[in-house]
Design a protein around this ligand. Structure first.
Ligand SMILES: N[C@@H](CCC(=O)N[C@@H](CS)C(=O)NCC(=O)O)C(=O)O
Length: 209
C-alpha cells in the first residue's frame, strides 16, 4: 500500500493516526500542500480531487477521502476494531464521525479558509478555485466554539467519545480539536471531562504523529 500524506494537514492526520492504531507499516509519500504540489498535473493524475489523504492499495485502487481510507483499512485489517464491534457501536461511531465532520471539521475549515491570506481563492479544497467570503469565516469561528462546548455532553460519563473503548470517533474529534487551534479556539477551560479525555488521547503513540 501507499499513503499520500501531508505532515501538517489535519485530513491526512486522521488516516495517519488510524494506520498507527492498527499497527501497520505503510509506505508514505509526502505531498507538499504549501507549495501547491496537490494542484500539479502529476498529483491530479493520482487524485483528481487534489486533496490528501489518498490510500493506494496493493491492487492499485485509490481511496481519496478519510472515510474511504478508514473503511478499507478497517475491513482489510479488522484488529483492533476502530469503527465499532457491534451494530450499535458501529452506528454510534458513524453518527459521531458525521457530526464532527460537519459541525467541527468543516466549521474550522470555514473559519480558516475564508480569511487566511495564503488561502485566497482557495476557500474550498478541490480542483476549482472559490473566492473567500469573510462573513463565512466569522460564522465558522462561531460554529467551532459551539462544537467545542458540545463535547462535554457527548462524552458524558464515558472514557471515550463513542463509549468505553477507543475508536475512530476519538481520532475524528482529537484531530479536529488540533485543527481548531489554527483558528485559536481551544476546548473551554471548564469542560473538565473533555480536557481530561484530550490529555489521555494525547498520550497515545499515534497522537504524536
Ligand atoms: N476532510 C476530507 C477532505 C480532504 C481535504 O480537504 N484535505 C485537505 C488537507 S486537510 C487538502 O488536501 N487540502 C488541499 C487544499 O487546501 O487545496 C477528508 O479527510 O477526506
Amino acid at each position: 500500500m501507499k499513503f499520500y500524506d501531508c505532515s501538517t494537514a489535519p485530513s491526512s492526520r486522521f488516516v495517519r493516526m488510524f494506520i498507527a492504531e492498527k499497527g501497520l507499516d505503510v509506505e508514505t509519500i509526502e505531498v507538499d500542500l504549501r507549495n501547491h504540489e496537490h494542484l500539479s498535473e502529476e498529483f491530479r493524475s493520482i487524485n483528481p480531487y487534489c486533496t490528501v489523504p489518498v490510500l493506494e492499495t496493493e491492487e492499485g485502487t485509490r481511496y481519496t477521502s478519510t472515510q474511504g481510507c478508514w473503511r478499507y483499512l478497517e475491513e482489510k485489517f479488522p484488529e483492533p476494531p476502530l469503527m465499532g464491534r457491534d451494530i450499535e457501536e458501529k452506528a454510534r461511531i458513524a453518527d459521531l464521525i458525521w457530526r464532527t465532520d460537519i459541525d467541527g471539521f468543516f466549521a474550522v475549515a470555514e473559519g480558516l479558509r475564508n480569511k487566511a491570506r495564503g488561502m485566497k481563492d482557495r476557500a474550498i479544497t478541490g480542483p476549482n478555485n472559490y473566492a473567500q467570503i469573510p462573513e463565512l469565516s466569522d460564522r465558522g469561528m462561531a460554529r467551532t466554539a459551539v462544537f467545542m462546548q458540545s463535547l462535554e455532553g457527548i462524552l458524558g460519563e464515558n472514557d471515550f467519545m463513542a463509549g468505553n473503548s477507543f475508536s475512530a470517533a476519538d481520532i475524528m474529534v482529537f484531530v479536529t480539536i488540533g485543527f481548531a487551534s489554527w483558528i485559536k479556539i481551544p476546548i473551554p477551560e471548564d469542560a473538565e471531562k473533555t480536557n481530561a479525555w484530550y490529555k489521555r488521547i494525547s498520550e497515545r503513540k499515534s497522537a504524536s504523529l
